[in-house]
Design a protein around this ligand. Structure first.
Ligand code: FES
Ligand code: FES
Length: 306
């Protein structure tokens, strides 16, 4: 079996892979596929598919996976060119560090890459890291033991995230979106444009909506951050989440966490006076699927019930 079309992450694991729903949501946004392989079996997860056993893949294994390392991640682009290959000879932590370093390099360095390609690759690398983490450790990433080691130029920031006190030690240039996704494991906020134009990364800071891709964590000492993960109370969805479900206000779902948080803040700022008012006040959140009519209906419905 050839790797699927589109960006594809091959993760070669010595242990049985564990597939998380969160991966599917990420894949949906990326248009990418994740193929987890071991010498005995393979599991393919595409955007909207359930995980599918694909059996041993000797050709792929010999092309990309065979080696002494127990864990290897290979990132293929649309033409199946190898964009990144990282091996972990011993520890998963080693590999995760290598992938994160590679992700930063992809984001910052190469010339001749289009912005979209850059975005897909950097997100795909992050997903590869998440996949390996799940392969190797069924337990959630430990916090706050996962604090970055203090070093020269690091800053310590105390903030409340979804009602929980957190302390982060990080470089002053780190933005909130990256800290949420990479340090705290809260991947609900999405990276779209990474330049304040799409609203996919919207979170609430002290109840106000902000583009987390533009907000430095170092500016947030003592502030309270709410992400989509913190909106529901247990099994009880927030009324805005329920309204989005009821009105079918999403297609791929990539923009949805940002849309919902933006809509929550909109209602806190004041009830909308009309559909045009909703459209105007939600204009910072772009939906590439064009689910706007249903999004407006969801906000209208939640406003009516508020
Ligand atoms: Fe922050 Fe687009 S990712 S506005
Ligand atoms: Fe797909 Fe909005 S971008 S639902």
């Amino acid at each position: 079996m050839d790797p699927p079309r589109g960006p594809c992450i091959l993760a070669f694991c010595a242990v049985a892979p564990r597939i998380e729903d969160a991966f599917r949501a990420e894949l949906r946004g990326l248009g990418a596929s994740l193929l987890l392989l071991s010498p005995e079996t393979g599991v393919l997860l595409a955007a909207d598919d359930d995980p599918r056993e694909v059996g041993p893949q000797p050709a792929l294994w010999s092309a990309h996976g065979a080696g002494s390392a127990a864990l290897t991640v290979v990132l293929l682009d649309e033409r199946h060119r190898v964009r990144l290959r990282r091996e972990a000879p011993e520890a998963v932590g080693t590999l995760l560090s290598a992938i994160r370093a590679a992700g930063r390099a992809v984001r910052e360095a190469p010339r001749g890459l289009g912005r979209r390609e850059l975005m897909v690759n950097s997100l795909a690398v992050a997903l590869g890291a998440a996949a390996l983490h799940a392969c190797a450790s069924p337990a959630p990433r430990p916090q706050p033991a996962g604090l970055a080691a203090a070093g020269p130029g690091m800053v310590e920031v105390n903030l409340t995230v979804n009602g929980e006190k957190r302390t982060l030690r990080l470089e002053p240039r780190v933005v909130l979106l990256d800290a949420l996704r990479e340090d705290l494991g809260l991947t609900g906020a999405k990276k779209g444009c990474d330049m304040g134009q799409c609203g996919a990364c919207t979170v609430l800071v002290d109840g106000q909506r902000v583009n987390s891709c533009l907000k430095l964590v170092a500016q947030l000492e003592g502030r309270s951050v709410t992400t989509i993960e913190g909106l529901a109370h247990g099994a009880d969805l927030h009324p805005m989440q329920q309204a989005f479900l009821d009105e079918d206000a999403f297609q791929c779902g990539y923009c949805t966490p940002g849309q919902i948080l933006s809509a929550v803040a909109l209602l806190d700022e004041g009830k909308p006076t009309s559909d045009d008012d909703i459209r105007e006040r939600m204009s910072g959140n772009i939906c590439r699927c064009g689910a706007y009519p249903n999004i407006v209906a969801a906000v209208r419905s939640a406003a009516r019930r508020a």
